[in-house]
Write a protein that binds this ligand. Structure first.
Ligand SMILES: Cc1cc2nc3c(=O)[nH]c(=O)nc-3n(C[C@H](O)[C@H](O)[C@H](O)COP(=O)(O)O)c2cc1C
Length: 204
């Protein structure tokens, strides 16, 4: 099984990355193929609401000047995706927001088949506030697209300001390891499910 973690922080070795790597380590030890993709700090465009992905119905964005279609392809191949973001003024960081808007609409263009039935988990870093809002936003994305979200021992966020300071937040780090175990447990069951995840209703 494969998991891809998208790091929405522009700090490649910051707190979000540290927590994502902790989840990936647990999954790697359990035999998963793991990948970490740097999203934060990469120049990407937001969705331009042209809806040409709907017309093309090919699960890809018509904007090809940035790597978002590559990331969409990586998400498509994965059994589980992690979306990580720091709390920036209490909301999601810019590049990961651009990514989820374009990934989400591309997924809608094919009746949500792109991500339906895959596992999704959010990981958030904050210095002091806003993480729960970012966590909720990312979970709204997963749940809207027919993804399956595992619970862990707390909400998946950690506290820190300077890069890797979050390693001192022991409860958060224990939660990240537990999240890895929960994804593995769920992944095994999803893989052996006798029937595929149900199709969404047709909306007219
Ligand atoms: C533009 C900007 C806005 C921020 N806004 C918040 C905020 O609203 N709440 C908070 O707790 N921390 C805020 N922070 C601090 C980061 O969330 C915190 O340092 C976090 O650990 C960064 O994660 P990273 O190391 O993965 O980049 C902000 C940082 C930046 C650069």
């Amino acid at each position: 099984m494969k998991v891809v973690a998208f790091n929405g922080s522009p700090r490649q070795n910051g707190n979000t990355a540290f927590m994502l790597k902790t989840v990936l380590e647990v999954l790697s030890e359990a035999g998963w193929e793991t990948e970490l993709v740097q999203v934060g700090g990469v120049p990407v465009r937001g969705c331009k609401a042209c809806y040409r992905c709907f017309k093309n119905a090919n699960a890809r964005c018509v904007i090809t000047s940035d790597p978002i279609n590559d990331w969409i392809a990586q998400a498509e191949k994965a059994d589980a995706i992690l979306l990580g973001s720091p709390s920036y003024f209490g909301t999601i960081a810019s590049e990961i927001k651009a990514f989820i808007d374009r990934l989400g609409l591309a997924s809608y263009s094919v009746n949500k088949e792109l991500l339906r039935g895959k596992i999704g988990a959010a990981v958030v870093a904050q210095r002091r506030g806003g993480a729960i809002n970012v966590f909720d936003n990312l979970n709204h994305f997963f749940l809207c697209l027919g993804m399956i979200v595992p619970g862990s021992s707390y909400w998946n966020f950690g506290v820190g300001r300077l890069p890797e300071e979050v390693k001192e937040d022991q409860e958060a780090m224990a939660n990240m390891r537990h999240l890895g175990q929960a994804i593995h447990w769920l992944g095994e069951r999803v893989k052996s499910a006798p029937t595929p995840y149900p199709l969404p209703p047709t909306v007219t």
